[in-house]
Design a protein around this ligand. Sequence first.
Ligand code: TYD
Ligand code: MG
Length: 455
Amino acid sequence: MARPTTSFTCTSCGAVHKKWAGRCDACGAWNSIVEEAPLSAAPSAKSLGAARGKTVPLSDLSTGEPEPPRAASGMAELDRVLGGGLVPASAILVGGDPGIGKSTLLLQAAASFARAGLRCLYVSGEEAGAQVRMRAERLGLADAPVKLANETNLRDILTTLDAERPDLVIIDSIQTMWADMVDSAPGSVAQVRAAAHELTAFAKRRGCAVMMVGHVTKEGQIAGPRVVEHMVDTVLYFEGERGHQFRILRAVKNRFGPADEIGVFEMTGEGLAEVANPSALFLSDRGDPAPGAAVFAGIEGTRPVLTEIQALVVPSPLGTPRRTAVGLDTGRLSTTLAVLEARCGIPFAGLDVFLNVAGGLKVTEPAADLAVAAALLSAREDAALPQQTVLFGEISLSGALRPVGQTENRLKEARKLGFTQAIAPARSKLGVSTGVEVRQMTDLAAFVGQIFGAG
Ligand code: TYD
Ligand code: MG
């Protein structure tokens, strides 16, 4: 028998290497390779081929089984992010920075589901039972029929779950779980992978939904191999800026609902409060229109959300001016700056550019391009944009404005919040009249000409 040797696994993509390297050949990530003890139970390819397995039952596509009913927690923001409630037997991974509020969110979720009639079990591997109980007390959840366990041994947890048969189990966190058949330390790639695999298999076998907390690395990915994200049905990220009280729960993958759906919460002294109207919240600090501010009518998942995009443009003392973006992709900012320079003749050379999405939301929609360009121009020219105006539209590299989806929803939301005008790409599908006056423009140069004079 071959002597088991340690292997080196990439924490980013899960590729296994014979020796350590600074960069993973498979995915190109730097400093992601860690040493791993061998998987003692891993069957070799030869043994799989030699011994015949049993035939698996096959079915056709129209088995006609009705979709199992989803369970609603009563926390509307959470239910929507899950795609309309919790699907039985689903495995859900909730990622987020330490201290962002994952344990708080999941304790509140467990209590809500328990009050809605589900048998819920909360397994904490991080905090002592007394700590969790104290938090429940403070959040006013002490009377909710949630069972609590303080354990990290996966084998014991699974045996307990087999006996208890809960409808929902919460594992806080996957990095603290320890599977005794894997010969490496808790939190290592092999342990996280084994724990996630066992728990996902348990979910499918017993029809019990499993929600796992996953810590996030400095680079913003769930610590542990990417394969964990592929294993589960749903991946949610709980995000927010440190100084802000707003928290956003975002579905980045969902086999049972739309991805990119968001739920908005506010961290208060009594735990997380749901925010039913995020647009009002994100625009609440707005004073009079100021240079450098543009209101973007965006869509997050199935819901329109208005946000303010803020820009600051100042002469740079540096040889290479700064390009800083918070809540927006820096690459996208560079592209917009390049298009403004090449297609509209407005250079940003020698100027530091800072861009920010107010409220701590992360905007990923290309439809934000026009609002970004407008904020940049407004900051550079030191001229405020027209009052009560929202903007949306994608900018192509040629400088043309491309129509985006869900125009009608964007305009309705704008109307609801008191906006009377919108600037949108030409050929936008306006739908029914929303009471918002829409100025349609074919390209960025036309926008510059009409809003800022000759530019
Ligand atoms: P926690 O849920 O422990 O974060 P995570 O599990 O993601 O590490 O949340 C910790 C933070 O939340 C902590 O800084 C305090 C804050 N918090 C409140 O502001 N109000 C509350 O009611 C609770 C429970 C926590
Ligand atoms: Mg925690």
